[in-house]
Design a protein around this ligand. Structure first.
Ligand SMILES: *Cc1c(COP(=O)(O)O)cnc(C)c1O
Length: 371
């Protein structure tokens, strides 16, 4: 079976984690601090704050910025549903913008039309590990005085205009879930260029505690969003391999691009301003296809496929709450949700396996179209 994804956990990673378990120092400790330093070193970011998962990162940022009831936050209509859930959970309203049909990232040209007096932030998502077009988005944020909070959950190691994501970010949030490149099990990381925001994030991460003159003061009603130290050790041990992994996956992406029949499949585009991490290799059939049939045929050939992400206003909760004309307002997100296909992609996937996946898909789709 060629599954959609296999996390890259090696013996030395396990040893690093178990050493911490044996130490008895289990909660946030020196390995979390080292992991934060490693992320700063990897990206050039000034401040890093590790938290318990990639959804908590976004929730923590919105909460620390005081975004809440009455506020609106602009997000792409196509993302993992967590991007919208955190906005709901602070009591604000997610306002959707359609994505570009070839990068599946938020279309900057659609943003200004939905900005109102109560808009507080934009959350661009770097979908599947490909940077959104940040310059126009940051320009809009400056012009309208909005926070730019990047959901970089899948994009550790990606660049925008040759700058690593997170380095020049007001706030960028990364996930360390096993479905992402490097993993602590559950885990997340926030990078920020703003010292004051970093300090607030640390307070809200840890029960609202601030050290004042060497004394612990409870200055806010905070969360417990800390990362455990053995989880930090597990992922810290993988950080050295991040760029090798991306290189390996880039090679596989080239194999897919060469072998997939582009008469049948639209391939992901990689604009010149960005480098892809290939967290997901996502394609869309050029003509509408019965995707369930395609998935089940692939499964018969021992290939694990999945859809890529949700058209969020089209999932039950958001559909019932906001009743938006999804297909009219967000045609690209709708199409990607219902027709998109995520292919197996991980560092240990071999070139011949990737060739087999691509060739099998070519055969399957030809058969389906011929029916
Ligand atoms: C994975 C993911 C998240 C959530 O991260 P978790 O660590 O699983 O909570 C949020 N946004 C996007 C775009 C993701 O891909």
């Amino acid at each position: 079976m060629i599954p959609l994804f296999i996390p890259d956990i090696q013996e030395q990673d396990i040893l690093a984690a178990t050493a911490v378990m044996r130490s008895g120092m289990l909660v946030q400790g020196p390995n979390v601090a080292e992991l934060e330093a490693a992320f700063c070193k990897l990206t050039g970011a000034r401040h890093a704050v590790a938290v318990s998962n990639g959804t908590a990162t976004l929730h923590l940022i919105l909460h620390a910025l005081g975004i809440g009831p009455g506020d609106e936050v602009i997000i792409p209509a196509f993302s993992y549903v967590a991007t919208a859930n955190v906005v709901e959970l602070v009591g604000a309203k997610p306002v959707f913008v359609d994505v570009q049909p070839d990068t599946w990232n938020i279309d900057p040209a659609g943003i200004e039309a939905v900005i109102h007096s109560n808009t507080k932030a934009i959350i661009p998502v770097h979908e599947f590990g490909l940077s959104a077009d940040l310059d126009p988005i940051r320009m809009i944020c400056n012009k309208h005085n909005l926070f730019c909070i990047e959901d970089a959950a899948c994009a550790a190691g990606a660049t925008y205009n040759r700058v690593p994501l997170g380095k020049d970010s007001y706030a960028a949030s990364f996930s360390l879930h096993p479905r992402k490149a490097i993993t602590s099990g559950e885990g997340g990381m926030i990078l920020t260029s703003d010292a004051e925001l970093a300090a607030r994030l640390r307070i809200f991460r840890n029960h609202g505690i601030e050290m004042q003159n060497g004394k612990m003061e409870f200055v806010e009603a905070g969360f417990n969003y800390r990362m455990t130290d053995f989880q930090a050790a597990l992922v810290l041990s993988q950080t050295h391999r991040l760029f090798d992994q991306i290189q390996q996956k880039s090679k596989l992406a080239e194999v897919y691009a060469q072998c997939l029949n582009q008469e049948y499949f639209q391939l992901p585009s990689t604009p010149a301003f960005t480098s892809h991490t290939w967290q997901t290799f996502h394609i869309i059939p050029r003509q509408k296809v019965n995707r369930d049939m395609l998935f089940s045929e692939a499964k018969n050939a021992n290939i694990g496929l999945s859809y890529g992400a949700q058209c969020i206003p089209d999932v039950q909760y958001y559909k019932q709450k906001y009743k938006l004309p999804v297909q009219d307002l967000y045609p690209n997100a709708f199409n990607a949700f219902h027709q998109g296909i995520a292919l197996p992609m991980y560092a240990s996937l071999t070139v011949s396996q990737a060739e087999f996946v691509a060739n099998t898909l070519n055969t399957i789709i030809q058969k389906i179209y011929a029916k």
